[in-house]
Write a protein that binds this ligand. Structure first.
Ligand SMILES: [Zn+2]
Length: 511
């Protein structure tokens, strides 16, 4: 028998759909919103529990369009954190690695550092293989600078099959000096070891709430990079321990080939309210640059191959998330989707991950006119130092009619969780390099949509999530202040007091 629980909330602001209401009662029955009524008109007696918001604000729970959940939480337990900041020099980072190696003398040592590491340390370069060899002569050692750049020692190069530069695919960048490879590579992260299902379960239990729920995330799409990751998610779902709703996307080819995924059967959306199969994630290009950030064409597909792939997935009802970080790859993904859509009705709306970050201004009408979803990660403006004038043109995209999907893209290479509220503040308060308001600024309300209904729409779940509406899932947060009346610069400071999923409190104390 289903337990019938009712929450009763008096609130002074909320967002039913895209409208703001000053003062309302929300009645939750079981896992869904049953009724929304004017403030203080639903009798307390109708509810088993009443939450009086007492000046706090009820908002829809955040939907994170794209992150690497398993990688982020296992990184916390198994990798060494050497982010910049707090680190400011390679000397400090290498000392930290030496200590970690002494504590853990055998096996892989993997360190997480920040995107653009070479710009953030005094030495203005990446760690060299010789330095890493001194720390770890016999066992593999890798320092990730962001996800797509890895600095390896000699042993790691050989374990990962990277010792022979002539045997590598063209999209992998190998940094060289007079003596040979410096150990810096792009596009090798998917060769690094992953974790067992029980390790992933443990890390999810330890860190899911602090890194995601406590920031207000109630639903997320994750890129699972192994079958063990998927098993871990399923185990926690069976135990009722997932603190947010998860859609997992299988990384092709790392986790499985498309034909393996197709031979298995389920379409996107298979599963239940807490855990669903999302589809597949592919990389059309990769870093789009060398290890040192020089532009590089690292496109991994020919147009014909990509079209065959997306069409086969679409015919099977499987959503394809296409990573593309260069205007060239974004255009290629659009052309492929247009070509398929010209022949048949698409079964699924496919997406371009980072499409809204790296789209060219001139390409906006073409991209906006393509039946494809576009994803943006607002904190890149800060964490990737991408304050270039034409980067992430959210204002123009939204004006062109694109419902941009908001994503944290959490990988563990940005320390601590990446807060959607902060991301919205960054997009709404964006400034030019000279400090003036950026022409790419969006409103806070649009930012809330990016991490709400638009992100839900990005995985065909907007009928269930993304706003506080009758019949939708009772996923919401109680915030200390109304972001709609705050300055964008203040959003990062707004406390998420509690996070509710299916009407149940996942984090925060009872009020
Ligand atoms: Zn990502």
């Amino acid at each position: 028998m289903t337990l019938r629980r009712r929450l009763f909330a008096r609130t002074n602001a909320l967002l039913p759909g895209r409208q703001s209401l000053a003062g309302a009662d929300v009645l939750v029955s079981g896992s869904r919103i049953e009724r929304i009524a004017p403030a203080r008109t639903i009798p307390s007696a109708e509810a088993d529990e009443t939450i009086d918001l007492d000046g706090a604000v009820l908002l829809p729970g955040f939907v994170d369009g794209h992150c690497h959940l398993e990688l982020t939480v296992t990184g916390r337990d198994h990798h060494v954190a050497v982010h910049t900041p707090p680190y400011t020099s390679l000397t400090q980072i290498l000392e930290q690695l030496s200590r970690a190696r002494r504590d853990r003398p055998k096996g892989w040592l993997i360190a997480r550092s920040s995107f653009g590491l070479q710009h953030k340390v005094h030495e203005a370069r990446l760690p060299h293989r010789d330095e890493l060899d001194l720390i770890s002569p016999d066992e593999p050692l890798a320092v990730l600078a962001g996800l797509h750049v890895a600095c390896l020692n000699t042993r790691a190069m050989s374990v990962l099959g990277l010792s022979d530069p002539t045997a590598l695919p063209s999209w992998i960048d190998i940094d060289l000096d007079a003596a040979g490879p410096t150990g810096a590579f792009t596009e090798v992260w998917d060769r690094l070891p992953t974790h067992s299902a029980s390790e992933v379960v443990q890390s999810l239990r330890r860190h899911s709430r602090s890194l995601f729920s406590s920031l207000g995330t109630t639903s997320l799409s994750t890129i699972s990079t192994s079958a063990e990751d998927v098993r871990a998610l399923h185990r926690l779902a069976k135990l009722g321990e997932l603190p947010f709703r998860v859609r997992f996307f299988v990384h092709v080819p790392r986790t499985a080939s498309l034909s393996e995924v197709l031979s298995w059967g389920p379409e996107s959306g298979f599963g239940d309210d807490m855990l669903r199969f999302g589809g597949v994630k592919i990389f059309v290009d990769g870093e789009g640059a060398t290890a040192y950030g020089e532009p590089k064409d690292d496109t991994k597909w020919s147009p014909a191959e990509l079209e065959r792939f997306v069409e086969a997935a679409d015919e099977a009802g499987i959503q394809v998330l296409m990573h593309a970080v260069t205007p060239r790859a974004i255009r290629l993904a659009c052309e492929v989707v247009r070509s398929i859509a010209s022949r048949r009705t698409l079964a699924v709306r496919h997406r371009i991950e980072h499409g809204a970050d790296y789209v060219d201004a001139e390409a906006i009408p073409f991209v906006a006119g393509t039946p494809v979803g576009l994803v943006a990660t607002p904190h890149f403006v800060e964490s990737a130092g991408s304050d270039a004038y034409d980067f992430q043109p959210l204002r123009a995209l939204i004006d062109a009619g694109v419902d941009v999907v908001g994503a944290s893209d959490a990988t563990g290479t940005v320390p601590d969780g990446v807060s959607p509220m902060r991301a919205i503040g960054l997009a709404a308060g964006r400034r030019t390099a000279a400090g003036a308001p950026s022409p790419h600024r969006i409103s806070v309300r649009e930012g809330l949509s990016m991490f709400g209904e638009w992100a839900a729409q990005g995985v065909n779940e907007d009928h269930e999530k993304g706003s506080i509406e009758v019949g939708k899932l009772a996923d919401f947060i109680i915030a200390g202040r109304d972001p709609l009346t705050a300055d964008p610069e203040e959003l990062a400071e707004i406390a998420v007091l509690s996070t509710f999923v299916a009407g149940e409190r996942m984090t925060g104390a009872a009020r």
